[in-house]
Design a protein around this ligand. Structure first.
Ligand SMILES: *[C@@H]1O[C@H](CO)[C@@H](O)[C@H](O)[C@H]1NC(C)=O
Length: 283
């Protein structure tokens, strides 16, 4: 295996995971890390099951689906947190994100700790939610590739105004000091991180001639940080991964260009070589 994985297990299994980590620690090896626990607050935009404060524009009685009961989500988050586990919860709609932010806020009142609570996807946020991510120190773990397919459907399902104000708020999250960790969501979409880096900079859906929510584009430097050191930080792995620094594992790529402009243009920068633990793995 030439790829490092940080595993998240179903939230319901928190107590077995806590026992296992007590025995083995988080690092099973330099390849396999026991991360934390993961649960689902809602469904997806594509199936009209992401949970929103307002109904779907194309289905006026449908607000989406809350897939886990709040009280049990809260109880299990609390129990996991008490046993030292990191918790990640899937939330796509604005209401699901607010519910999870509420849960994280109440759990955090039990005392200061470096928790790095995560919300997976955080795709559609209500006004003020980006600021809450920052204030509460929540990791927004977002996958830019999904915005390509969501741009047209979000406008249809949420209406222009809600879609524009709340979707994939990369810039707003960073401006609110939220911890933005970007990634691919492979195997649902392509694994190549260069796509996601470009998409977070350009936000250009196929067939469009302008960016979707121009003001939420981020710079190459911010996109790289979100894909590397911030992604490592979101897994408590920033001491091993995420930057080229003494004592870290020396995973890096060599690109065909060092010009930022080339990099941003699709197809004009590619990976010439990949090193894993300092050893050439590709080509
Ligand atoms: C949550 O925890 C409370 C307090 O321990 C308990 O009374 C309640 O039954 C639990 N609810 C669920 C759904 O687990």
């Amino acid at each position: 295996m030439r790829i490092r994985v940080c595993l998240f297990f179903p939230l319901e299994t928190w107590s077995s995971l806590a026992d296992l980590i007590k025995k083995t620690g988080h690092a099973v090896s330099n390849w396999v890390y026991l991360g934390g626990v993961k649960a689902f607050a809602d469904g997806s935009l594509g199936s009209n099951s992401a949970l929103f404060h307002e109904p779907y524009a194309d289905e006026p009685d449908n607000y989406g689906l809350q897939v886990t009961e709040i009280e049990s989500l809260f109880n299990m988050t609390m129990a996991s947190d008490k046993s030292g586990l990191q918790v990640a919860i899937h939330a796509i709609g604005d209401r699901a994100n607010d519910l999870v932010l509420d849960i994280y806020k109440s759990v955090a009142t039990t005392g200061m700790r470096d928790r790095r609570f995560r919300i997976e996807h955080a795709q559609h946020l209500a006004p003020g939610a980006a600021v809450r991510f920052g204030d509460q120190g929540i990791v927004a773990s977002v996958q830019p590739q999904h915005l390509l397919g969501d741009a047209d459907s979000a406008i249809k399902k949420l209406g222009m105004d809600r879609a524009e104000k709340g979707s994939y708020l990369f810039w707003s999250l960073l401006a609110s000091n939220a911890k933005l960790a970007l990634g691919s969501d492979w195997p649902v979409v392509d694994i190549n991180p260069l796509h996601d880096i470009r998409i977070s900079m350009k936000r250009m859906p196929p067939g469009w001639d302008k960016a979707w929510i121009q003001s939420e584009r981020i710079s190459l430097a911010d996109a790289l940080i979100a894909h590397t050191i911030s992604a490592a930080h979101a897994c408590f792995l920033e001491n091993d991964l995420g930057s080229l620094s003494q004592g870290k594992l020396a995973d890096f790529v060599i690109l065909s260009t060092d010009l930022w402009e080339d990099f941003a243009a699709e197809g004009s920068a590619f990976i010439e070589a990949t090193y894993v633990s300092g050893v050439q793995a590709y080509p």
